[in-house]
Design a binder for this molecule. Structure first.
Ligand SMILES: [Zn+2]
Length: 132
């Protein structure tokens, strides 16, 4: 009996973590999509479809990005999936700087741009999710 209930607790916790990863990755994808659509209109874009664990978390997200933004999204998604901290702190307050050089600056730029974009459009609810 006891073993049974503790098992289900573990399971619930894990799925909550996975849900939060999924939400974060969706938000990340949405922010990068806004940035890419507004700033890279001259670049060729394609639908982001990937396999593996990252693909699992991206399967509900449909975004079209240029090659650079796609790399940025996959880098960010990979880092989010392997984040050892649970609950994950906001990245700007996080003591571990997990983003590789270059990506960190770019993701900041994306978040600033898309956060402001959403605020201007009254999507404060989304901008609040601004987790970086
Ligand atoms: Zn782009």
């Amino acid at each position: 009996m006891i073993g049974c209930s503790s098992n289900s607790r573990v399971k619930r916790n894990r799925s909550r973590t996975e849900k939060s990863i999924e939400k974060d990755i969706e938000t990340l994808a949405r922010f990068i999509q806004i940035f890419c659509a507004s700033n890279h209109s001259d670049k060729v874009k394609s639908l982001v479809q990937v396999k593996g664990k990252t693909g699992e978390f991206l399967k509900h997200v449909s975004v079209s990005l240029c090659a650079d933004c796609r790399r940025l999204l996959l880098h960010g998604a990979g880092k989010r999936i392997t984040c050892p901290l649970d609950p994950k702190p906001r990245c700007k307050r996080c003591p571990t700087y997990c983003y590789r050089d270059g990506y960190r600056e770019r993701i900041r730029e994306v978040m600033r741009f898309s956060g402001a974009y959403l605020m201007r459009r009254g999507r404060v609810d989304l901008a609040i999710k601004y987790f970086f």
